[in-house]
Design a protein around this ligand. Structure first.
Ligand SMILES: C[S@@+](CC[C@H](N)C(=O)[O-])C[C@H]1O[C@@H](n2cnc3c(N)ncnc32)[C@H](O)[C@@H]1O
Length: 327
C-alpha cells in the first residue's frame, strides 16, 4: 500500500484488503448456499477488469448510461444549481463524473467514496489538474455503513449524491432500501441523488451482458478467488472453477456464480471448505427494476423522484430525486 493511500480520508473504520473480513467471508463459504459479497471483487486488478467490462459490446449498461448523461445533464445541472458538492458512491473510473463536473455550474467539491483505495487515488489524481477549482477529497469507506463526510473550504450549496452504473442492483431489494437511506442521510435535506438504474428487459440481452464472448466477466469473477488466495492464504485452483451467470425470472435478477467443476476441498484462512461437483458460490446479484418500482423504493428511503430519463430501447434509466424535507 503506498503512503499516498494513507492520505485518503477514512469515512468509517475499514482497512485496505480483506483480511479484516475473514469471519464474514468464512460465514459465506460455510453457509448451506455458499456466497461472497460482490464488494470483494474490487482489489486493483478487479477494478481494472470492471473497467474493461464497461467497454464490452455486450455490456449495454455503461454506454447507454453515458448516452443518457450526454443528453440530459444540462437539465440535471439546472435542477441542481450552483456550487454543489458531488458525493459519488462506488466511484470506480472517473469517466462519468467528468461529464457531470463539466456540466454543473461551479461545482464546489467532489467526494468519491470507494473501497478500492489504490484505484480511487489513481482516478482522483488524474482529475485534479483538470478541475482546479473543485475541492477533491476521496473517502475510503464502505458505503453500506454511515460514514463521515469531509469538510470543504467553500461551503457547498447542496450535496448531490451520484450513484451511476446500476451498482444499486447488487443489493437485494431490502438491502437497496438501506443503501438509499444512507444516501438520503449523506445528501441531507435540500440535497439530491442522481442514480443509474438498470431496467427489466429480455433475458437474452441480460444473459449476454454477463457472459461476454471475450470472457472478461469470467476473469473478473474468478479474480475473487485469486484475491482470496493472495490475501487470505486460500488455495483455490482457478482451473477447477468456472464462471456462470443466470437470469432468475422470479427475483428479476442476474445471479453470478463460481461453479466447482468437481468434488474438491479448499483451504481458506486455515478452514477447510468442501465443494460437491456442480456446487457454486453466489458472488453477485444484479437486480433489474421497472422505473415505478424503483420510485416506490426511493420514496420509502426519503426521496422524491423528480425526473426519470430512459433510452429509446428501454434498456436503462437515469433518475434524479431530491431528499424529502422532514416534517
Ligand atoms: C459496479 S462498479 C461501478 C463503478 C462506476 N461507478 C460505474 O458507474 O461504472 C462498483 C464500484 O463500487 C465500489 N464498491 C462496491 N461495493 C462497495 C462498498 N460496499 N463500499 C464502497 N465502495 C464499493 C467498487 O470498488 C467499484 O468501484
Amino acid at each position: 500500500m503506498s503512503s499516498a493511500v494513507l492520505q485518503i480520508a477514512t469515512g468509517n473504520p475499514v482497512k485496505p484488503g480483506i483480511a479484516q473480513d475473514r469471519r464474514q467471508i468464512l460465514r459465506g463459504l460455510t453457509s448451506s448456499q455458499k456466497w461472497l459479497s460482490p464488494k470483494y471483487f474490487y482489489d486493483k486488478r478487479g477494478s481494472e477488469l470492471f473497467d474493461q467490462i464497461c467497454s464490452l459490446p455486450e455490456y449495454y449498461l455503461t454506454r447507454t448510461e453515458l448516452k443518457l448523461m450526454q443528453a440530459h445533464l444540462d437539465e440535471v445541472a439546472s435542477l441542481v444549481g450552483q456550487r454543489a458538492a458531488v458525493i459519488e458512491f462506488g466511484a470506480g473510473s472517473n469517466i462519468k463524473v467528468r461529464l457531470l463536473l463539466d456540466r454543473l455550474e461551479k461545482p464546489a467539491a467532489y467526494v468519491p467514496v470507494d473501497i478500492s483505495p489504490e484505484f480511487l487515488l489513481e482516478q482522483v489524481d488524474s482529475l485534479r489538474g483538470d478541475y482546479p477549482d473543485v475541492h477533491m477529497q476521496p473517502v475510503f469507506a464502505d458505503f453500506t455503513q454511515p460514514f463521515d463526510l469531509p469538510e470543504h473550504p467553500v461551503m457547498p450549496e447542496r450535496n448531490l449524491v451520484f450513484f451511476p452504473g446500476s451498482t444499486i442492483g447488487n443489493f437485494t431489494r431490502a438491502g437497496a432500501l438501506e443503501v438509499l437511506e444512507v444516501m438520503a442521510a449523506e445528501a441531507k435535506p435540500g440535497g439530491a441523488l442522481l442514480i443509474g438504474v438498470d431496467l427489466q428487459k429480455d433475458a437474452s440481452i441480460l444473459r449476454a451482458a454477463y457472459n461476454d464472448s471475450e470472457g472478461v466477466t469470467a476473469q473478473f469473477n474468478l479474480n475473487l478467488l485469486a484475491r482470496l488466495n493472495r490475501e487470505l492464504g486460500a488455495d483455490f485452483d482457478l482451473e477447477k472453477f468456472r464462471h456462470q451467470a443466470i437470469y432468475d425470472d422470479e427475483e428479476r435478477r442476474i445471479e453470478m456464480r463460481l461453479l466447482s467443476t468437481r468434488r474438491q476441498k479448499v483451504s481458506v484462512a486455515g478452514v477447510t471448505i468442501a465443494f460437491a461437483a456442480g456446487e457454486y458460490i453466489i458472488t453477485e446479484y444484479s437486480h433489474k427494476y421497472e422505473p415505478e418500482e424503483f420510485h416506490a423504493l426511493a420514496r420509502r428511503a426519503g426521496f422524491c423522484p423528480r425526473r426519470t430519463w430512459i433510452d429509446d430501447e428501454r434498456l436503462f434509466s437515469l433518475q434524479y430525486m431530491t431528499v424529502r424535507s422532514q416534517g
